[in-house]
Ligand binder design. Sequence first.
Ligand SMILES: Nc1nc2c(ncn2[C@@H]2O[C@H](COP(=O)(O)OP(=O)(O)OP(=O)(O)O)[C@@H](O)[C@H]2O)c(=O)[nH]1
Ligand SMILES: [Mg+2]
Length: 454
Amino acid sequence: MEDTIAAISTPIGEGGIAIIRVSGPRAFDVADLIFRSRRGKPSEFPTHTLHFGTVRANDDIIDQVMLAVMRAPRTYTKEDTVEINCHGGVLTARRVLALCLQSGARLAEPGEFTKRAFLNGRLDLTQAEAVMDLIRARSDRAHTAALHELEGHLSGKINAARDKLLTILAHIEAHIDFPDDDIGPEVRDDLIRDTEEIINFVQTLLATAREGKILREGISVAIVGRPNVGKSSLLNALVGRDRSIVTPTPGTTRDTVDEIVSISGIPFRFTDTAGIRRSHGAAEKIGVARSRMALVSSDIVLHVCDLSQPFTAADSDIVSSCRSKRSILVLNKADLKERFHLPAPLQDKVECIRVSATRGDGLDILRTKLVEMAYSGNVGSAHVDVAINQRHKASLESANKSLTESIRMFRASEPLEIVSQQLRRSLDCLGEVIGKTSTDDILERIFATFCIGK
Ligand SMILES: Nc1nc2c(ncn2[C@@H]2O[C@H](COP(=O)(O)OP(=O)(O)OP(=O)(O)O)[C@@H](O)[C@H]2O)c(=O)[nH]1
Ligand SMILES: [Mg+2]
C-alpha cells in the first residue's frame, strides 16, 4: 500500500494563510491525532467539508485552523486528502507539518502529489506537465495554453492519432495472421494515405514547438551598449517602474538586472547590463564580462545608443558582436539634439528605432517590433490551442521518423511483420507524449522540476 505524504503547499514566507496538504491511506489517522474540534474527528466528517478547530501537540495549541476533509477518489491525488489551512508565517506552517510527520506521514518529494494524480489516472502526463506550466505562466498566452493542455486538448489529439494508427495496425496484423490473402493494391494505398495523415498531424504539432518554448521560457532580451546611453532607463520604461538604478554618471550599472514583462501576452525577460567599456576596476570588469555573456546568450539584443552622441568604434564593436543575432539598434534620447550618424555600410544592415526612455516616445513601436521578432515576423495566432514542450517534441520527432520509415517499407513491399513493428514503434512514441508508455526515468525527470507540495 502507498504511504501517506505531507508538505506545505503554499510558498515559504509570510502570508495570510499557509496550507499543509496530507494525502494517502493514513491521511485521516494523521488528522485525528493532531486536530481537535467540538464537532468530532476528521475521520468521521463527511467528505468535502471544512471544519474549524485547533492543531495540538499533546495539549499545546499550535494554531487555530480550518481543516478540509476530502475522501478518495474525488481528490487531486485520488487518495484520501486533508488540507490544513493555518495562519501564514514560516514557523506555524513548519510546526504543523512537523506534527503531521510525527503522526505517520512522510515528507512529500517535489511534485509527488501530482505524480500520484498521474499514477492514479487523474491526469495524463501532458496534463501533469500543464500543472507546472500553469504555476510558472508569466503571461496571458502562456496561461491560456497551459489551461488548454490541462483540459486535455493535447492528449485528446494524441489519443485520436493513436486510435487511427491502431486501426491501421489491426488491418495489417490481420493480414499477417492470414498470409494467404495478400493486401490488395487499393487497400495498400488507403493504408499509406491514412499513415500520411498521421504524419501530417504530427508535423502540425511539431510546428508549435517554437511557440511552446517562447510561452514556457519567455524570450530573453539583452539591453546592451556603452555606459550612460540610457539602458537602465529603457529597462525601467519597459517594466513600468524603477527597477534599475539610473544616474548621470557612466558606469552606474555593475551587475545584470533581470525582469519579466508580458507584451501582447508574450513573456519577455529583459536583462539590463553594465555599460560596455574598457573597465575601471575589478567589479566593473566582471560586470562587463557579464554584459557580453548576456548578449551572447539572449534571443534578441537591444543595442542602445545615445543619439546626442556620435557613433563610435565601441558601438561598431557591439554591432559586430550582434551580427549573428536578432537585434535592434535603439537610438535613445530622441528628445535631445541629434548628433548620431550611422556609418553608410551599416545603414541597411541594422534596424533602428528612435525612442526616448525618459519621455516614452517610440516605446510602442519598439514593443511591436519585439513581438514581431519573437515570432520571426509571423505573429502567433491570438487563439492558443496547444503548444508542445521540448519533451513532447523529442517523442513526436521519433514518431515522425518511424512513421515515415514505415511508409517507405510498405511501399517497398517489405514483409508486413516488419512494417507492423515499425508502426508499433510509432505508437509507442505517441504514447510517450501522454505517458501511456513511459519509463521511470522520464517520470522522475518531469516531476523533479516541480515544487514541493504540488
Ligand atoms: N534626455 C534624456 N536623457 C535620458 C534618456 N534616457 C536616459 N537619460 C539619462 O541618461 C543618464 C544615464 O541613464 P542610465 O539609464 O543610467 O544609463 P545606462 O546606460 O544604464 O548607464 P550605465 O549603467 O552607467 O551603463 C541619466 O541621467 C538618464 O536620466 C532620454 O531618453 N532622454
Ligand atoms: Mg545602467
